[in-house]
Design a protein around this ligand. Structure first.
Ligand code: DGJ
Length: 729
C-alpha cells in the first residue's frame, strides 16, 4: 500500500487496501489517467491505445503523430479549448480574452500529514497520512494546478482536490474549477444518482449513459440541495448490492455543485465533479490561487454494499469531529411537530416533563422563540429571546428543562434574514439581493451575505451570547430556502461570480469558529430536512436532519437512499405522531420506532398526548435503542432487499460480528402472501448465533446462505426487529 513513483516512466501509483489509482506523464507531458480499479501490480498504461480517429487534433509538438490526441487520451485533469472536446475540468479566460487551457506535467511532491484545504472542510487524517501533489502548468499563461491526492488506504478511499494558481503576470478569470476528472476508457457503465425534492430526498435512480451524451447532476440553489446530492456512483451494468465493480464520487461541499458523466464517440466515460460553473467565476490576480473542495473517491469490486460501507467508515472516522465520533447521542424530543409556533415556557415544560418520564434525554426548542416570531414571516436575524412569548428568559427556560433531567437544544437559522426584522431594517445591504430588482423571497426570507466578515461577526457575537447565557447542549442549524439574486453589495462588479462560493466559505468559517469556541455544543445540520445533507456539513455537524418527511414508510426510501453514501449515525430520524403530519398516513408506533432506530433516534411529537399503551411502547423503544445504539452507530450496515419487493429490510452487524440487528418493514401486505424472507449478510459463517426473540440457534453460514423466513405479515405496515448474538465459542 502507499504511493509508488517510477520517475523514469512518469508513473504514479496510489495503492489502497484493494485498489490502485494510476497516472502517467507521457512524452509530451500530458498527465494521462491510466487506471482506477483493483490492485494489479502492473503499469496499466498498456491498455491505452492511440489511433487517428479523424477530426481529433494533435498538440503542436505532436503534429506528426495524428494518432496522438487530447480528444481521445484519458486525462487526469482536462483542460479546455485545446483539443479535448469532452467535459473540461477547468475553464479560464486569459487577460487577452483567449480561453484555452493546455496542461503539461511540471513536477510532483510527496506529502506526509493530512492538511485541510484552506477555508474548506476536509478529511481529517493525521500526521501519518500519505499524500501526493502533482503540478501541471500551462506555459502560455502561467496558470498552474496542484492536484492533491490523499490516501485513506484501509477504507479504500482516495481524496482529491485541486489548487489553481496564477503564476503568470496578468490577471486570469476562472470560469470553471472542478475538483476532479476521471476517465474510464472502456466498458459500458451505469450511473446511480440521488435525486429528490423537499420532503423526499436522496432517491436513488440508476441509468445508462448515452454514447455521445452527457448527464449532469447538479444544484445551482446555493446549497447541495434536496434535488441532487453531491454524490454519484458509477457501476458496471451487472453490479448489485453484493457483487460487481462500482466507484463512488462524493464532493465534500454544501453549495452549488455539478457532477458530469459523459460517454464519448468511442465509448470512453468521463466523470467531472466540482463546484457548479454556472454563474461562477473567480478572478486570479498574479500570485492568487483558488482552492477547490475535496472529493472522496472509493471503489469496490464486490458491489454497492461494500462501497457504502467504505463511505460509512471514512465519514465516521475522518469527517465527523473527533469530539462527537464516539459520543452517545441523546434521545431527543423536538418541539416542531409537537407545537410548531404555538408554545410558552409552561407548555414546553410540560413537554419536557412527559418526555423525561418516558426516558427521553433532551428537549429541542425548534423555531419561534426569538424576535416576534409566531409564524414564518418575521424575525430571522433577531436572535434575541422573545421573553414576552415564553414568559421567562432563555436562561431560566434552560434551567427549568435541566431540572427535569433533560438537556436543552435550540433551533437557529443563522444564514437567513427576514425583511421584517430589526437586523434587515438596520442592514438591508447584508442580504444578497440584486440592485434595482425586487428580490425573490422564499418562506418570506432572504439570504445573508455570509461572505462578509461583519455579517459573520454579528452572528458569532449573537450566537455566542446565547450559548454563554443559557446552558445549551445542542443547536439545530437550519437553512430554509434556495438562493437567488446572489449579488453581494460588498463585492465589485467583476467579482459577483464569486459570491455564491464566498457565501459557502463564510458559513464554513462561522461554523469553524463556533465549534472551536463551543466544542461541547453539538450542531445538527438541517435544511428544510435534508437539503444540505453532504460531507461538508458533516464535518461540523455530526448529524443532519434527514428529511421534513417523518412518515416512516416514506422514510424507508429516504434513509435507504441516504445510506448509499452516509452512515446511519448521521441521519436525524424521529418517531412522529400518527396520522403523520405530511402524508396523513397511519403507521403503528412499533414500526415508526424501528424505522427511526436506523438513524439518530428521537421523537417529534407531544408525549403528553400518548395513551398509556403507547407510553409503554415508547419506554421499551428507548430501552431497545440503548441496547442497540452502539451497534447502530458503529456497526456495519447492509441493505438486504435487492429487488423490488413488498418489504424493506436492513441490518447492522457489530465490527467483531458477534451481534446483528435485523429490521424488516412491510410496505405492502397481501392476502395469502409469501413468507417474508431475507438472507442475512456480514455474519461470521463459522459462528453460531442465537436468535434472541425465539432462542433458536443457527450458524452464520445458515443465516447468510439459507436465509430466514417469518410468518406472513398482516395489518398495516407491520415490522419485525430481531437481534442475533453469537454464542460464546
Ligand atoms: C425546517 C426544518 O426541517 C423543520 O424540522 C423545522 O425545524 C422547521 N424548519 C422550523 O421552521
Amino acid at each position: 500500500m502507499g504511493i509508488r513513483i517510477e520517475e523514469r516512466k512518469g508513473l504514479f501509483s496510489l495503492e489502497t487496501a484493494h485498489t490502485l489509482y494510476q497516472m502517467k506523464a507521457d512524452e509530451t507531458g500530458v498527465l494521462q489517467h491510466i487506471w482506477y480499479g483493483p490492485r494489479t501490480d502492473t503499469d496499466m498504461s498498456y491498455r491505452i491505445r492511440t489511433v487517428n480517429r479523424g477530426f481529433c487534433g494533435n498538440p503542436y509538438e505532436m503534429q506528426d503523430r495524428p494518432d496522438y490526441s487530447l480528444d481521445t487520451l484519458p486525462q487526469e485533469y482536462s483542460g479546455s479549448g485545446a483539443g479535448d472536446y469532452r467535459s473540461s475540468a477547468l475553464e479560464a479566460e486569459n487577460h487577452d480574452g483567449s480561453m484555452s487551457v493546455d496542461w503539461r506535467y511540471a513536477g510532483y511532491r510527496l506529502l506526509k500529514g493530512k492538511v485541510k484545504p484552506e477555508r474548506l472542510p476536509g478529511l481529517r487524517g493525521n500526521e501519518e497520512t500519505d499524500g501526493l501533489e502533482i503540478t501541471l502548468e500551462d506555459k502560455a499563461n502561467g496558470l498552474t494546478v496542484y492536484l492533491t491526492y490523499w490516501l485513506f488506504d484501509r477504507y479504500d478511499v482516495i481524496v482529491r482536490s485541486a489548487r489553481i494558481e496564477n503564476r503568470g503576470s496578468k490577471g486570469i478569470i476562472l470560469r470553471k474549477a472542478a475538483t476532479l476528472c476521471v476517465d474510464f476508457p472502456y466498458g459500458q457503465q451505469d450511473v446511480i444518482h440521488f435525486h429528490g425534492r423537499h420532503a423526499m430526498e436522496r432517491i436513488p435512480e440508476r441509468t445508462g449513459i448515452p454514447t455521445g451524451g452527457r448527464l449532469a447532476f447538479e444544484s445551482c440553489r446555493g446549497m447541495s440541495s434536496h434535488q441532487s446530492n453531491p454524490f454519484i456512483i458509477l457501476c458496471d451494468p451487472n453490479t448489485t448490492e453484493r457483487s460487481g465493480m462500482c466507484y463512488g464520487f462524493m464532493l465534500m461541499y454544501s453549495g452549488n455543485h455539478l457532477e458530469e458523466v459523459s460517454r464519448d464517440q468511442t465509448g470512453s466515460t468521463r466523470v467531472v465533479c466540482g463546484i457548479h460553473p454556472e454563474k461562477f467565476s473567480w478572478k486570479l490576480e498574479p500570485g492568487d490561487s483558488f482552492q477547490t473542495p475535496e472529493a472522496i473517491l472509493s471503489c469496490s469490486m464486490e458491489g454497492l454494499n461494500i462501497l457504502s460501507r467504505n463511505y460509512h467508515r471514512v465519514i465516521r472516522d475522518e469527517v465527523i469531529s473527533p469530539r462527537w465520533r464516539k459520543a452517545r447521542k441523546p434521545v431527543l424530543v423536538n418541539s416542531w411537530e409537537a407545537c410548531y409556533f404555538d408554545f410558552n415556557a409552561d407548555k414546553l415544560l410540560e413537554l419536557a416533563r412527559s418526555a423525561a418520564d418516558l426516558g427521553m434525554e433532551m428537549l429541542v426548542l425548534d423555531d419561534g422563540w426569538f424576535g416576534c416570531r409566531n409564524d414564518d414571516t418575521t424575525s430571522l436575524g433577531d436572535w434575541f429571546c422573545n421573553e414576552g412569548k415564553l414568559g421567562c428568559s432563555l436562561k431560566e427556560l434552560a434551567e427549568r428543562i435541566h431540572s427535569q433531567g433533560l438537556k436543552f437544544g435550540l433551533w437557529l437559522e443563522p444564514e437567513m434574514i427576514s425583511p421584517d426584522s430589526d437586523l434587515y431594517r438596520a442592514h438591508p445591504d447584508w442580504a444578497l439581493t440584486d440592485p434595482g430588482r425586487k428580490p425573490m423571497v422564499s418562506r418570506h426570507q432572504l439570504v445573508l451575505d455570509m461572505g462578509r466578515q461583519e455579517v459573520r461577526d454579528y452572528l458569532y457575537d449573537n450566537i455566542s451570547t446565547i450559548l454563554k447565557e443559557a446552558r445549551i447542549e445542542y443547536i439545530k442549524w437550519d437553512f430554509n430556502r434556495s438562493m437567488a439574486n446572489v449579488y453581494s453589495r460588498a463585492l465589485p462588479e467583476d467579482r459577483q461570480g464569486e459570491a455564491a462560493h464566498r457565501f459557502m466559505l463564510g458559513t464554513y468559517s462561522l461554523l469553524e469558529r463556533l465549534t472551536n469556541t463551543f466544542p461541547d455544543v453539538m450542531i445538527e445540520g438541517c435544511s428544510g430536512g435534508g437539503g444540505r445533507f453532504d460531507a461538508g456539513m458533516l464535518y461540523y455537524c455530526p448529524q443532519i436532519w434527514c428529511s421534513d418527511n417523518t412518515d416512516a414508510v416514506e422514510r424507508l426510501e429516504i434513509q435507504k437512499g441516504t445510506s448509499y453514501g452516509y452512515p446511519a449515525c448521521t441521519m436525524g430520524s424521529h418517531v412522529s405522531a400518527s396520522p403523520n403530519h405530511q402524508t396523513g398516513r397511519t403507521i403503528p408506533l412499533e414500526t415508526r420506532g424501528i424505522v427511526a432506530q436506523a438513524g439518530t433516534f428521537g421523537y417529534e411529537l407531544d408525549p403528553a398526548k400518548l395513551t398509556e399503551a403507547e407510553r409503554k411502547t415508547v419506554k421499551s423503544q428507548i430501552a431497545d435503542f440503548h441496547r442497540y445504539e452502539e451497534l447502530i452507530a458503529w456497526g456495519d450496515y447492509y441493505r438486504l432487499d435487492e429487488s423490488e419487493s413488498d418489504f424493506t429490510s436492513w441490518m447492522f452487524v457489530s465490527p467483531d460480528r458477534s451481534k446483528a440487528l435485523l429490521s424488516i418493514v412491510a410496505t405492502h401486505v397481501r392476502a395469502n402472501g409469501p413468507f417474508p424472507f431475507v438472507r442475512l449478510q456480514g455474519l461470521d459463517p463459522e459462528k453460531t448465533y442465537r436468535r434472541e426473540d425465539t432462542g433458536e440457534h443457527m450458524t452464520g453460514a445458515a443465516l447468510m446462505h439459507g436465509g430466514i423466513s417469518f410468518p406472513q405479515f398482516t395489518g398495516d405496515y407491520p415490522a419485525i426487529q430481531v437481534c442475533f448474538s453469537a454464542a460464546a465459542d
